[in-house]
Design a protein around this ligand. Sequence first.
Ligand SMILES: Cc1ncc(COP(=O)(O)O)c(C=O)c1O
Length: 339
Amino acid sequence: VFDFRSDNVVEAHPAVMAAMLAANTGTQTSYGDDDYSRRMADGLRAVFATDCAAFPIATGTAANALALALLAGPGQRIVAQDSAHVVDGEEGAPEFYSGATLRTVATEGGKFRMDALAEAIAEVPGGAVTLTQATELGTLYTPAEIRAIADLAHAKGMLVHVDGSRFANAVVALDAHPADLTWRAGVDALSFGATKNGAAMAEAVIFFPQHLGDDFPRRRKRGGHTVSKMRFVSAQLEAYLAGDLWLANARHANAMAARLGAGLAAIPGVSLAAPVQANEVFVRAAPALLNGLEARGFQFFSRQEGMFRLVCAWNTSDAAVDAIIAAIRELAAERAAAE
Ligand SMILES: Cc1ncc(COP(=O)(O)O)c(C=O)c1O
């Protein structure tokens, strides 16, 4: 049975699990003031080539909500893509933590429509703009596109957050330096994902002007997300960065998605709903074909009538990709013959 539901249904990478076990020796100061957390933060400062503030956290939702809470507050707005996870995947956590109000903006191909964004922030009383990289449609913002959004936001006194739940996939796909996708393009804060790309339960929140994160430890504690044995979260991130495991994992996932996308695009009756740029493939096909695929034991999420999502992960195999392509080809041919 092959499971393409998400990149967080798969195992954590063995190196990450080994690092957690290796961290299980001796005493360490609790609440993040430990050797693992210090090394992890130094590692992220090296990756981003700047003196940023970096904090470990266990979930992506907490990363987004707490990062945004430092950028936007009561009476202000958090401006997000209409398809964003912060909008309909987090049960209101960004508003709950920040006190700001979410405002959605129309997207095209998963990305902000710039005219709609400009219109949306024209009247807002400050706060933050948040974009998702890679987007909810598996597409990517280029450094120039991020810069354009940041310029627009900063001109209105707003700060810029990136939900980088799949940041690694974007870095390798764009072949860009992590700095060029963040602070050099005007990004103020990043939710640096790791769980979807090989960690067990670890993300980091990064503030590029360091001072923006000054109150983060207090806000994280108030929010109930300061893991007392934080070394086990940070040890995962340390392993994730070591030897560029994060980039290797993402490169593999992206390559599998590219193989899958190319295979599916060649099948009559099947089309891609968005270009495959990272590790997700969005496919349009007849509902009966999706039912047939499910009946054969393949697992995936369908978003809306006739569209479904296939996600490749750090350990997706060639065999799994080829099997689902073959199954879809057969089902499409059966449908064509029956018509
Ligand atoms: C784009 C995006 N952001 C944030 C999250 C939140 O991560 P978590 O499920 O760890 O809270 C997800 C997870 O599905 C996601 O897809």
